[in-house]
Ligand binder design. Structure first.
Ligand code: ASP
Length: 333
């Protein structure tokens, strides 16, 4: 029997209705009591490092989870983290960068409805997650939700209420789960033979700016002193506006001269960026040394910037880390 550590962190799956709205109240042992079938294929220990609506999570919680998994790593075959859905994609991406070349599964799951309701997705998501984490071919960080297994760097919450809340963006699902059957679409456990690495540093000073028509580049001057990294959520395949005042060009030349990390991504969910296609992208990219998200999600881009900036202050070294493919995050460079 496989040994699994269930890490409960709160979220809707563990929530109950209170006068002030849903909030996490159900502990890890009670969560497990709703999936007694799991005892047929694994033994489970539980731990609850914190219990939060995932709206309240930040990079320190990601580092807490990594420290916990590192301390327990040799004692378990797999890890299942119960987590709120709202920031789950960020946590999954962050853990993908913080735990690399990991041949054990770290599965993150949650639910759109609390586990103690009569009609809920929570029980099937938790059972699927335990089943996947017990599978000998499972490895690395993934999200299991709505019968899909999604690479931790590729997930996006696309529906705020439906049970099929998460999609894999610009990459196939890793596997699908139907009752007790797991069908792998990507089975690459033996391909990565590099040693396991846990990282313990993130630089959270990363800002994400969504562009709207008419936005002026001098807003970047207000951010300059406070952030080491800037992700610009641009239009289409990628460009930056110039309303005749060169305001983006001037602001970004300053960021570039200071060695800060500037990355351009896109507001379009699918197919990613390519700044070399249009003049509005190509010219400013070359002049200001801007990097691109390409096919990475915004959640992956933000957390990868925090990870890269946490490892080095050197711009070229940061660039190399940002363009390294990790846990299936990037195909396109
Ligand atoms: N607000 C909740 C959370 O992210 C939503 C959920 O879990 O579905 O913790």
């Amino acid at each position: 029997m496989k040994k699994i550590l269930l890490i409960a962190t709160g979220g809707t799956i563990a929530s109950k209705y209170t006068n002030s709205g849903l909030s996490p109240q159900i502990d890890a042992a009670e969560l497990l009591s709703y999936v007694p079938e799991a005892a047929e294929f694994c033994t489970i220990d539980t731990v609850e490092p914190f219990s939060l609506d995932s709206t309240n999570m930040n990079s320190t919680h990601w580092l807490t989870l990594v420290g916990l998994i590192e301390r327990k790593y040799e004692f378990y075959d797999g890890f299942v983290i119960c987590h709120g859905t709202d920031t789950m994609a960020y946590t999954a991406a962050a853990l993908s960068y913080l735990i690399q070349n990991n041949r054990r599964p770290v599965v993150i799951t949650g639910a759109q409805k609390p586990i103690d309701l009569a009609i809920t997705d929570a029980r099937s998501n938790l059972l699927d997650s335990l089943r996947f984490a017990s599978h000998p071919r499972a490895h690395g960080v993934s999200i299991v939700f709505g019968g899909k297994v999604i690479a931790g760097t590729r997930a996006k919450k696309e529906f705020s209420r439906s049970y099929n809340a998460f999609s894999s963006i610009n990459y196939p699902d890793i596997a699908s789960i139907h009752d007790d059957r797991i069908i792998f679409y990507i089975d690459d456990k033996d391909q990565n033979t590099s040693p396991l690495v846990f990282y313990h540093e993130l630089n959270p000073k990363v800002f994400l700016l969504k562009l709207i028509p008419g936005i002026r580049g001098d807003v970047l001057d207000l951010l300059f002193d406070h952030y080491d990294g800037l992700l610009l959520e641009s239009f289409g395949v990628g460009g930056l506006p110039n309303y005749g005042d060169d305001s983006f060009l001037r602001a970004l030349e300053k960021w570039s001269a200071a060695g800060k990390l500037v990355v351009l991504g896109t507001q379009v969910t699918h197919e990613g960026s390519d700044m070399d296609i249009y003049q509005v992208g190509k010219v400013i990219k070359e002049r200001c040394g801007i990097l691109e998200s390409y096919d990475m999600t915004l959640e992956a881009s933000v957390t990868k910037m925090m990870w890269a900036l946490g490892q080095t202050g050197d711009h070229d070294a940061c660039r190399d880390l940002f363009y390294k493919t990790i846990n299936h995050d990037l195909l396109f460079v």
